[in-house]
Design a protein around this ligand. Structure first.
Ligand SMILES: Nc1ncnc2c1ncn2[C@@H]1O[C@H](COP(=O)(O)OP(=O)(O)OP(=O)(O)O)[C@@H](O)[C@H]1O
Ligand SMILES: [Mg+2]
Length: 236
């Protein structure tokens, strides 16, 4: 069972199947990643009602409306956790003349990152070490949760715009299911503090983080392979 990007073409799917067969696999099943994420997030994807999932990984955010085991509307936005790290590093370079590495930027995000402006605080700070852009010497600064939050808003807005576009293309009866049930967030970036409140605030629809968001895709693939029959609409 291989998870593939949503919206993969027939040619791409055949290429994946032949690569797996060449590697020695006898039976190859494909599943679009947003469906796998939804199964792993315990969404009952085979129901006729509509469900929405936002799977935010490192490189991309995949946004999908699912019904009857299939993707009804799907969009992939090239913004994910890595972009969030980048904007944090850019902010620190611009405001503090300090150059930091990718790992430090990710560390700042995980430790004091917060997507939600309402709860981000000025007096929660983190010590960040880097190299002064002008003198080249090592230096330490203190950055606040609120500053990191402000820096994160722009890339988060581009994911939000993708979600709004998908909602605008969703058939009305499925939209009403989504309003009732809420939107599920999965992927490693689902661990960013306040990301549920960010989407809830801007969409006016309740958004929830899946249990173990980082593991949804892999868990979903595992559940699908153990229940091939119940997920047959979702398997290619
Ligand atoms: N506690 C955390 N807070 C914020 N972000 C986190 C946290 N833990 C992990 N991440 C981020 O999650 C991202 C990785 O998520 P995931 O493993 O879902 O991505 P991926 O599946 O490898 O990427 P893609 O789906 O784009 O190919 C990284 O950008 C990482 O920084
Ligand atoms: Mg992923």
């Amino acid at each position: 069972m291989i998870s593939i990007p949503g919206g993969s073409t027939q040619v791409e799917k055949r290429a994946v199947v032949s690569a797996c067969k060449a590697a020695g696999a006898t039976d190859v099943y494909l599943m679009e990643e947003p469906l796998a994420a939804a199964i792993g997030a315990k969404i009952p994807i085979s129901q006729p009602s509509g469900h929405m999932i936002i799977n935010i990984g490192g490189g991309t955010a995949e946004i999908a409306v699912i019904s009857l085991g299939q993707l009804v509307v799907y969009k992939s936005v090239r913004t994910g956790g890595t972009k969030l790290d980048e904007v944090i590093a850019q902010y620190i370079r611009k405001e503090y003349n300090l150059v930091i590495g990718d790992r430090s930027a990710e560390d700042v995000k995980m430790r004091i990152g917060n997507a939600d402006k309402e709860s981000a605080q000025q007096d929660v700070t983190l010590e960040v070490k880097g190299r002064d852009f002008q003198t080249g010497l090592p230096r330490i600064i203190h950055i606040s949760e609120l500053e990191v939050c402000e820096a994160l808003q722009k890339p988060l807005k581009s994911i939000l715009d993708g979600v709004k576009e998908v909602l605008s293309l969703t058939p009305p009866e499925l939209s009403s299911d989504i309003v009732d049930r809420g939107i599920v967030i999965s992927g490693g970036t689902g661990l960013l503090r306040g990301i549920d409140r960010f989407f809830t605030y801007h969409l006016g629809v309740p958004c929830f983080i899946a249990e173990d968001p980082l593991l949804c895709v892999i868990k979903g693939v595992g559940m699908a392979i153990e229940n091939l029959e119940s997920y047959k609409e979702a398997i290619r």
